[in-house]
Ligand binder design. Sequence first.
Ligand code: BES
Ligand code: MG
Ligand code: ZN
Length: 498
Amino acid sequence: MIKVSSQPLRAKGGETVVYPVRQRKSKAPTCPDRQVSSYLKEAFALGDFSGKVDEKLVFYLPAASPGKGGGKPVRILAVGLGKEDPDRELFRKVGGEIARAVAKLKVGKLRIRMLEDPGFSLAENAKALTEGLILGTYRFDRHKKIKKGEEPKRIREIIIHSSRAQTLRAAVFQGKTAAVAVCSARDMANEPGNFLTPGDFARMGRELAEKHGLACKVFEKAAMKKMGMGGIVAVNQGSAQPPKMVVLEYRSTGRAAPTLLLVGKGLTFDSGGISLKPGSGMEDMKYDMCGGAAVMAVMQAIGELKPDGINVVGIVPATENLPGPEALKPGDVITLYNGKTVEVINTDAEGRLILADALAYGVDKFKPAAVVDIATLTGAVIIGLGHHRTGLLGNDDKLAEKLLAIGDSCGEPSWRLPLGEEYEKQLKSEIADLKNIGGRPAGTITGACFLKEFVGDIPWAHLDIAGTAWNYTKKSYIPKGPSGVGVRTLIELVMNWK
Ligand code: BES
Ligand code: MG
Ligand code: ZN
């Protein structure tokens, strides 16, 4: 639980209070509490704490009112923000640092005195701090036996104190909602393939819809066959788990609003199929559903935030890619939802086949104003951009620039790669409309070129998160394992539509 309070901060004995403080030129950092400031001054005098970025100081004050809190001292955590005007990313990182520090101290309740310098946006920074706190607290221990008495203590309650509480409230709520959604996406991703199947995507979709008043439709294999979704059906052939296509719809109230379509790759395990992947590291392919998880998580947040003036449809095509006896084979020709035929050269390029069906269906059915898909699509994006930026491609400059800018401000940067006829030629097939791979050169681009064939002329952007969905750039608010990348970017896109 996270609250914003305009009450003056008076901690009871045993409580923990956090003061983010700025570094000053050859002077001790200060904070709104005189007693705390005097301690900071002593620490500065001995060279122990100056308020630099990443610096932390823990000390203890006698309880203000000995009656309350049994006369226990108050724990103070001062965290440095450095000299520069702190931006959102710094507050997110500081939030993560605080979460890590208090996890070690086994703190259950936290009060934070928000810094109120006039030079920057209080609401945006409080939102970023909130995101950092929640994202930095994330852990996944569902499959571990925890010994009695060794249960990790989690933060249950965070109270942000600010004299301008009213200006912070909505932003903190949005930050909390987005961060909790990211944590759901991380949970889905962390679940191994035998715990999170396409059927589980369907169940989660129904639960989300129930909870937040969204519409949910799940297409079963027979329906997909009938509708001509030859991509997802083909990829599923080698698996014993039936495929699902989850469609979630958020409708805003009032006048007719434009629809944004989001499509996420929900490959719950990608072995490569008959074009089998090498064994080493194959376990990571349980993460091949991170795009799908991101779309589910965005729909969860949208269901809570209920934005005006925009409708959002989220589609998650979900299946495993396994080399069972009925599996799709290299050389097979399949027909996708929009009637295009594809010669499958490599069964490991399966994401584009299921996304193509979902994109073509979504465009056809919902006539969206714009489409964004998010997928762990190509290993090649890791060669190009490493684990630090998401690959962004698309047919619309305005949408692409918007996503680039939002990504930068969210701490989820992406980098745009080109599309073009030269690359499209790489997908030419001798016997069908398209091949599903374009060879080694420009693998990320040819992957996107394939998808482009299924969106028509609607403004469309593709986020290739193969490099960022896990093993992401190390930061205090990003744990090892899945990052939940894309969730906050897409929530911002929806919330700042227009
Ligand atoms: N899920 C993989 C992409 C991937 C690879 C994600 C490594 C994260 C880390 C995708 O289905 C795939 O196998 N792509 C192939 C495409 C190739 C056959 C054209 C790849 O990248 O090797
Ligand atoms: Mg694959
Ligand atoms: Zn895949």
